[in-house]
Ligand binder design. Structure first.
Ligand code: ADP
Ligand code: MN
Length: 405
């Protein structure tokens, strides 16, 4: 059982600003200082997701909200503000977990005492916190990688010097050449001296490593690692978190799962009229071999234990009114008909449904889109070429990695 007493600093972070917080049982909730633009983007996404919820033929992963952390609301000076009073997204907070809401508010009011500038204790200087599903919750030792998408890294809000700086960063890194860049990795290892095979001598000088010891050892590759990688060697950087998986055949299965997730995200983004500047893909892989043991003993269990899209945030066991018209506990994804992706994904769609029937276990890996502080909807303007290119290149690299395995 995790702490239920209040907010604590997030232990697992791959990149970004400090001061992120976790909260609640199994640290299921993640909070970070945000801006109005990110709150608006989550609100808008949630609204659209609600409107499309009735559409029976929505393919797995075709909605942006499926790839984003579940959005609960914001915490502001005057308490917790649910994102939408009429929404069905957070029934738990309204009824069963009224206690959680109270705890959130109490915990937050304690945090806000002092109310200085933003620091590791969570003082935000009056800026709101966004309250999200903690994507690391349920993992025992999450290895995580933050991959920032896009070659264009600045939006209209940036001043001249920021524009210049970000253009330089893009031009001198894989952001410019491939449309994505590794921003940070936290890799859980058994042995602090462990060096992933993919990190051979030529990469050793391109980054700073810090070893942390909370639960076992973690090797942190900071932002300079990703900035030092090139078009030629970035694929090896991308493979670091997969290096410690317990067997080669499990690695193949996991890489294949990530490949399918990337393909689904690609399709989803083709249909989304958004501009996501400086958003990231957050890769998470279980680094605790104990949690892989059932799969090691019976590899057929993998698909059901590691769904393409995580669905365990809401405990559906005591189902109420929303998705049980036919007495089945699975959501209605309809037939998988997109011609843009291959049949393997269609098979997995069934497997995802199967996995739900097994109950809501935390997954063994996950892929999500995060960081929407510079994102907006652009209705009628088509898809976001800037981030699509990066996802396309990631797909090619994962395909190659699978072939080379
Ligand atoms: P910023 O880059 O503006 O500081 P991000 O949204 O990118 O903010 O978050 C920073 C880091 O926090 C990410 O690299 C990731 O490791 C972690 N993180 C962000 N959102 C979540 C979440 N919902 N659950 C768990 N970890 C998260
Ligand atoms: Mn970020």
């Amino acid at each position: 059982m995790g702490s239920t007493s209040g907010f604590e600093p997030a232990r697992h972070q791959a990149a970004g600003h400090d001061g992120c917080l976790v909260f609640g049982e199994d640290e299921m909730i993640f909070a970070k200082v945000t801006n109005q633009q990110e709150v608006e983007f989550y609100n808008e996404t949630q609204k659209r997701s609600m409107e499309e919820a009735g559409a029976a033929d929505a393919a797995l992963g075709s909605r942006l909200s499926e790839w984003m952390p579940v959005y609960l609301g914001t915490l502001e000076q005057n308490g917790f503000k649910e994102h939408d009073a009429n929404s069905m997204v957070m029934p738990a907070l309204k009824e069963d977990q009224a206690a959680l809401r109270r705890q959130l508010e109490e915990g937050f009011s304690r945090l806000s005492v002092g109310n200085g500038s933003s620091d590791a204790q969570g003082h935000s200087g009056g800026r709101p916190y966004i309250v999200l599903q903690n994507l690391c919750s349920g993992f025992s030792r999450p290895s995580i990688m933050d991959v920032k998408l896009g070659s264009l890294l600045h939006d209209e809000s940036a001043d001249a010097s920021k524009v210049q700086r970000l253009k330089m960063v893009s031009a001198s890194t894989t952001s410019g050449s491939l449309g994505f860049r590794i921003c940070g990795i936290k890799h859980h290892v058994e042995d602090a001296d462990h060096t992933p095979q993919v990190i051979s001598d030529d990469l050793k000088d391109t980054y700073t490593i810090t070893s942390a010891t909370s639960k076992g050892s973690a090797v942190v590759y900071d932002k300079n690692f990703g900035k030092g990688l090139t078009k030629q060697n970035v694929s090896r950087g991308l493979m670091v978190i997969f290096d410690t998986l317990p067997s080669k055949s499990i690695r193949r299965k996991v890489l294949n799962n990530f490949l399918m997730r990337l393909q689904l995200i690609y399709n989803c983004l083709l249909d989304a009229e958004v501009r996501i500047i400086s958003g990231s893909l957050l890769f998470i892989v279980e680094g605790d071999h104990e949690r892989w043991r059932p799969v090691l003993e019976n590899e057929d269990l993998y698909e059901s234990m590691d769904p393409l899209i995580r669905e365990d945030f809401f405990d559906d066991d005591d189902d109420d009114d929303k998705d049980d018209e036919d007495g089945d506990d699975t959501k209605n994804f309809g037939t998988f008909s997109s011609s843009k992706i291959d049949d393997k994904i269609a098979e997995s769609t069934d497997e995802v449904s199967d996995s739900r029937k097994l109950g809501n276990q935390p997954p063994l890996s996950s892929l999500n889109l995060i960081d929407f502080a510079h994102s907006k909807y652009v209705v009628g303007e088509g898809y976001d070429e800037n981030i699509i290119e990066g996802v396309e290149n990631l797909i090619a690299i994962f395909e190659e990695a699978l072939q080379d395995l």
